[in-house]
Design a protein around this ligand. Sequence first.
Ligand SMILES: Cc1cc2nc3c(=O)[nH]c(=O)nc-3n(C[C@H](O)[C@H](O)[C@H](O)COP(=O)(O)OP(=O)(O)OC[C@H]3O[C@@H](n4cnc5c(N)ncnc54)[C@H](O)[C@@H]3O)c2cc1C
Length: 413
Amino acid sequence: MTPQDQRHYDVIILGAGAAGLMCALTAANRGKRALVLEKANKPGKKILMSGGGRCNFTNLFVEPENYISDNPHFCKSALSRYTQWDFISLIESHRIPYAERKHGQLFCRDSAKDILNMLLDLCTRAGVEIRCNTQVTAISRDMPEGAEEETPLSDAYRYKLQIENRQVACQSLVVATGALSVPTLGGSGFGYDIAKQFALETSPLRAGLVPLTFSDSMKTVCEQLSGISLEVQISIKNIIFTEDLLFTHRGISGPVVLQISNYWQPGTSIDIDLLPGIDATRLLVDAKSTSGSSLLRTAMGQVLPRALVLELQSIWWPDMAERPLAEFSDAALRDIGARVNRWQLKPSGTEGYRTAEVTLGGVCTHELNAKTMETNKHKGLYFIGEVVDVSGHLGGFNFQWAWSSGVSAGSVA
Ligand SMILES: Cc1cc2nc3c(=O)[nH]c(=O)nc-3n(C[C@H](O)[C@H](O)[C@H](O)COP(=O)(O)OP(=O)(O)OC[C@H]3O[C@@H](n4cnc5c(N)ncnc54)[C@H](O)[C@@H]3O)c2cc1C
């Protein structure tokens, strides 16, 4: 191989997603020669598909509590170095129209393309080279002759990447290959393979922000109710979310279900309050005294979707379905009311990585420097974005982590 076959860069970034592009433009703005290698045919596919095509790019209320990680403190440094306000001023300076939705979620008003085009434009202006359709087949680290293992970074370490029949080399290698979620949008385990190659620990992986499924009689109930949505509160112990739930053919989805899925473990139950803020027992006992000749489904139909009430009736009071409220004992109404406020369900699983918005777990935070995202064991090797064991709640928190961790690495790599 001649020297011309091997191109040298200051920094090579694997993955042209949110974190990789942000890192590349940050490094290039510092005068670094940056190359982004992307296996897909175009960059930023997840950005384009996110938020229903409008990209929920950040949140007004970003707090460390919005993130799940073995070390809940790890995300703090990056999130405070590059905040939601920094990203908001970036998109304002590019005159990208955006809108606030509930819970402080910020979306593009027109299209997620605006965000991707802005990042690509900034990369071009900073001189970042982006190569798509590129598969890295091998990565090695070597030291120039004479360098000692203890030699500080300087020029001592080099990462070499094999791309088909060519080699590229760099001083800093940033892994921004994302995670397993949605393989059709670039989800891949390549980042974990690199972690393994360099003897870095990864925490167990599982699908997050994902619909929950049922295989028992609840599956039929969900099928019947498919398409119906209502606001509920879902909890697992002291973790509580209140938002919309959507019944689907396979189980339950909607923002509240995606949020709680991050905390659900196989074999455990979730509690659903179908009437958050309303004492269902009181409601039913009052209905008995004021409209004793009515049916229970009629009383419940005032506050819950009728189709849902019919399903609940077939599970909870099938024998009394045609009996007037006056014939229900108070104890029976208390029992039904308690179930309305605390419907305990045991999902059989999740829809998995096919639809999950994130992958929980990843490269362990104790392997990384929280300020720079550089690995503690290998100078010049960085991990950023979703491949790291930091996952956000629904609401723009995952992109904010991608921007923040990308800037952290790009500022030093
Ligand atoms: C459908 C969907 C909607 C979402 N909506 C939102 C939202 O509105 N708001 C929010 O905050 N979060 C959202 N998320 C989560 C968010 O998209 C991710 O957290 C974020 O994209 C992670 O950024 P990343 O750069 O780490 O990874 P990615 O954006 O996944 O980028 C990784 C890149 O690496 C490339 N790659 C993979 N393997 C290789 C390889 N071997 N070589 C080279 N390149 C490789 C991939 O093709 C990809 O381009 C959504 C996720 C999904 C799936």
